[in-house]
Design a protein around this ligand. Sequence first.
Ligand code: BES
Ligand code: ZN
Length: 457
Amino acid sequence: MSKKAIPFMLAAGLVLGSAPAVTFADPPAPNEQADHAFDNKVIKKISAERLYERVDLLSKQPREAGTQGEYDAVQYIKSEFESYGYETEVQPFTFQAWDGGTSSISVNGSDFAGDVHTFNGSVNGTVEATLEYVGLAYAGDVPDTVSGKIALIERGEISFYEKIQNVIDKGAVGVIMFNREGTEGNDFGSTYEGQNIPAVAIDREAGLSLVNQLQSEEVTAEVSVQDAGPIDQTSYNVIATMKPHKNKDTGQIVTVGAHHDSVAGGPGANDDASGVSGVLELAKIMAKTPTDTELRFMTFGAEEKGLLGSYHYVSTLKDDEINRISAHFQMDMIGSRDSGDLIMFTPAGEKNLVTDLGASAGARVAEVVEYGQLGRSDHVPFYLEGIPAALFIHAPLEPWYHSPQDTLDKISKEKLKETTQIVGAAVYRIARPDTPALENARVAPGPVHYEFDDRPL
Ligand code: BES
Ligand code: ZN
C-alpha cells in the first residue's frame, strides 16, 4: 500500500481500528499546509454578490467597441481599479470599423417607411429594378428569373455570404433581406469581397408585407446605398498594475485579463461582463495581499472585432516585459447558468504553467479542471509571444451566446464565484511572497492529473 493511500482509507473509515500503528509518516508538507491557508486567504474573500453586481452594472447596455457603451464601461472599470488603489492606464488604439452611410428603399415610387440598414461591406450605388422574392436563397432554389432584378431574401439557415452569392450567380442587381422568424430589428448583414451589389436589411414585419404585396402585384423597387465605407474608430484597453513588495521582487509578471467589449446590440452579460467582473474582483482582493510578483489586471477592447485590444497590448510590451510575464490568465464567459463545466483552452491544445496551476487550483476549490484546444479569445496574442496562457471558459456554450438574450438573469452567482476562486488561487500560487515563486509553483501543493478534453462547444 502506498503511503499516500493511508490517510484516504482512514478518512473513508475502512481501516479504522485495525490500522497499524499509523506513523503519520506522510503529513502534509509544510508548504502544503501553508498553501491551504493562503488559498483560503484569497478564496474566502471572493464575493459572489460583488461579482454579480458588477455584471449587472456592465450589462445594462451593449458595449460594442468604439461606441459610447464601451467608453462608459471603460470609465467604470478605470474608476473601480483606482478605488482599489491601482495605478491605472487607459490605452487607446484605433481600428477600422464600418460606417453604413445612408440607405433607402422605394417601392413602386413611394419611399419605404421602415428603417433600412446597410449591410457591412455593401457597395455604394442606386439600383432600380423589379423585386423578386427568393425565400432563403438556397443555391438550388434561386430561379433564373432573378436576373436583372432586386432579390428579396429571408435571413436564416445559410450564411449571408452564400445567400448573396447565390443571387449574384443568377444575375441579381441588388438585395433586400428581412429578418428571420421570431426577431425584431434589422441590424444585421455582411457582404464579402467581390459581392458588388447594394445590399440592405429590413425587419421581418416589413419584409413579410413586401412578400404579401408581391403576391398581388408587380413591384418595382429602388435600393440606394450612399456614403458607406470604412472609418477609423477608437477602442481602449484598461490596465491596472500592482508592483510586488520591494524586497521580495522576483522580477516576474503575471497578467489577468478579460474583454469588456460586447457584440453590437448584445448586453454581453456573460460575454464578457462576467470575466471583467472576475478581473475586478481579483484586483480588489490582491490589492491588499502582498506579493513577490508584479500583477497586471487588464480588460481589453475590440475583442469581438478580432482580438484587437489584446494584440495591441502585446505589441506595446518591451522584450524584457514579455520575457518576465510568466503567465496570462484569460477569463471569458465565466458565469452562464446554462453552459457546461469549466475548461481551460490553449491555442495549441497543450498544457502549460497556467493550465497546471488552474487544474490544481480547481482540485482545491471544487474539482480538477480539464484542458482543451481553442483560440477565439485574448489568450491568443500572449500565446503567440511565447507566454504561457489559457482561456478559462465553460463548455458547451449557452444558447444565448452573442445574442440580445445574453442578460443578467442567465448569470449564475455560483459559477462566477467558483471560476474566480480557481483563477485567484492559481494566480496567488505564483504571486505569494513566501515561496521562490515559479519553482514552487510547479510542485506545490502537488500536481494533479488532468486530461485533454475534446468537448464540443
Ligand atoms: N467569448 C468568445 C470566445 C468563444 C466563443 C470561446 C465561443 C469559445 C466558444 C469571444 O468573445 C468571441 O466571440 N470571439 C470571437 C473571436 C473572433 C472575433 C476573433 C469568435 O469566436 O467569433
Ligand atoms: Zn468573449
